[in-house]
Design a binder for this molecule. Sequence first.
Ligand code: ADP
Ligand code: ADP
Length: 232
Amino acid sequence: MITLENVSKTYGSGAQAIHALKPTDLHVPQGAIHGVIGLSGAGKSTLIRCVNLLERPSSGRVFVDGQELTALSPQALNQARHRVGMIFQHFNLLSSRTVFANVALPLELMGVPRREIRERVQPLLDLTGLTDKHDKYPAELSGGQKQRVAIARALASRPKVLLCDEATSALDPQTTSSILELLKDINRKLGLTILLITHEMEVVKSICHRVGLIAGGELVEEADVGDFFTAP
Ligand code: ADP
Ligand code: ADP
């Protein structure tokens, strides 16, 4: 479902060049929950942002759902991005919009008619446990509830893939567990493929099927999660 071929990213040039991501191959099959773990500065954010081309790779090819994103025109890329949802550490909600209006936003931008937006948003609020939060503003919500809104918004365009950039790093352990349960649920119910980056072992242990370790911009090890954590 996600394939990176020889994808690298260098920031700056010459003596100032930072090789944030060295040429990397990655394959995440459909329906998988794949984690990439590493320390701060290892290149995790760069890697995940290359998947939907939020960051344009310096080299290599990116495929999502059989389509090469790195070969698309800007308009075609915008369309293709509907199939790739993303959530972030700090939620990135719009403070002036209600929960409903935050989740509706991507659909408005896609030109979905108002009535259809209403029909599509309500089930997403139910799925993410926000049924009664419809008219609240982000400032009235807990961190976990804000991340639920961000998840509902990411699902609005019916993506095939969900990218999670340190999605639980701003949350306490109990809230983290409930968000991870929700992600598992979504993976199971919707068959959504999930790629997540984290610096937390517990996150990987509790939901990932497979995990890669990134260090110094290189994916240095990859294994099924049971093997990854088995003591020698
Ligand atoms: P992580 O997510 O694992 O903390 P990042 O991908 O954010 O790692 O960063 C990898 C390296 O790339 C770090 O050395 C970081 O300072 C550098 N870096 C990240 N983004 C930029 C940028 N926009 N410009 C220059 N250097 C960057
Ligand atoms: P899966 O979901 O089973 O892991 P993918 O979604 O990665 O499969 O791939 C589906 C299709 O995408 C492949 O059958 C192929 O047509 C195309 N594809 C994926 N990676 C590449 C690649 N590196 N080069 C060309 N086509 C590719």
